[in-house]
Structure formats: C-alpha cells, structure tokens
Design a protein around this ligand. Structure first.
Ligand code: PNS
Length: 161
C-alpha cells in the first residue's frame, strides 16, 4: 500500500498531532510520520527524542511508521513513493504558511498533493510552542500532550540543556 507522509517538527508531539495521525491512518491506511531535522527553528528536543516520543505516542495505531528526514520534503517523498502529504490545520492563520508550502512542494514535484485535515474542537488550540510555554511556567499540560511526553517536557523545561 502506498503510504502518505505526515511531516512536521513535532517538538514535541501533541494530542493534536496524534488525532491527525489517527484520522489519516483510517482514511489512507498507511502513514509515515516524518520528523524534519533541519527546520529553521531551534528545537527543544533532538530528532532522536522526537522520534522516540512519537513512537510511544502512536503505538497501537495500525499502519503508522515514524521516521526522520533531512533536506527537502519532496526528496524524502521520492524515497518513500508517497504522493500525498498530510498536514493538520487549526486556524485560518495556519493557512498562509500551509498554502505556500503546498504550492512550493507541487512546483518542486508536480503530482504531489497536500491533504489538509482540520483540527477537531478539542485540539484546535493546541500547538507545540504553546504547550512548551505552559510547561515552562509550571502549568498542567496533561490534556495537551500524550502521557509519555508530559514528564519529558516538564524535565526539559525546568532543566534546559
Ligand atoms: O511542524 P512544522 O514546523 O509546521 O513543519 C514544517 C515542515 C517541517 C513540514 C516544513 O518546514 C518542511 O517540509 N521542511 C523541510 C524542508 C522543505 O522541504 N522545505 C520546502 C517547503 S516550504
């Protein structure tokens, strides 16, 4: 079965991401969740840590694999044979970046399609950066991130390396 690819920073994975993976897997059957290692953001967690947390968080969802990539997403898609990119959208403000990225990828590789899954009412306000800020000030993030991420996040935020 040809996979679809759900790329992102996942720094760290949130319950919003998990919801997108679950729904993508039920529609497309096979999903590769791909951690980008060279995004122009300074990451809180290493790529290996992000992959590890994703594997924990997504355990038991059939048809899901976790991987990491460097460089252009379209080059990674070539390796996987995937033609469809999955992205979650939460608010209209996400759309500008997503629209640009979808078109850029299609210019770079005609035939690539981006499919957007709209965040659910319980997840639309969750972002990795907001979650990190809440954790940084000692707030409870247990409803925003998978249990396996919570402890790591708290440790990292109170003792950054
Ligand atoms: O979770 P994010 O940070 O919104 O994910 C963005 C990501 C990693 C999907 C995007 O930055 C990406 O695809 N980076 C790889 C480099 C690339 O292909 N850039 C061209 C598309 S603009």
């Amino acid at each position: 079965m040809t996979p679809v690819v759900y790329p992102g920073s996942f720094d760290p994975v949130t319950r919003g991401h998990v919801d997108v993976v679950r729904r993508a897997a039920s529609v497309f059957g096979r999903v590769i969740v791909a951690v980008a290692s060279n995004v122009r953001k300074s990451a809180t967690f290493s790529v290996d840590e992000r992959v590890e947390m994703l594997k924990d968080a997504l355990e038991g969802i059939p048809g899901v694999e976790v991987d990491a990539f460097e460089g252009l997403l379209v080059d990674y898609l070539d390796h996987t044979d995937a033609k469809v990119v999955i992205r979650g959208v939460r608010a209209v403000s996400d759309y500008e970046f997503e629209f640009q990225m979808a078109h850029m990828n299609r210019q770079l590789r005609p035939g690539i399609e981006t499919v957007f899954l709209v965040a659910g009412p319980e997840e639309f306000f969750i972002s990795s950066s907001a979650v990190k800020e809440v954790a940084c000030f000692g707030g409870d993030v247990s409803t925003f991130v998978p249990a396996c991420v919570e402890a790591r996040l708290r440790a990292r935020m109170t003792n950054p390396t």
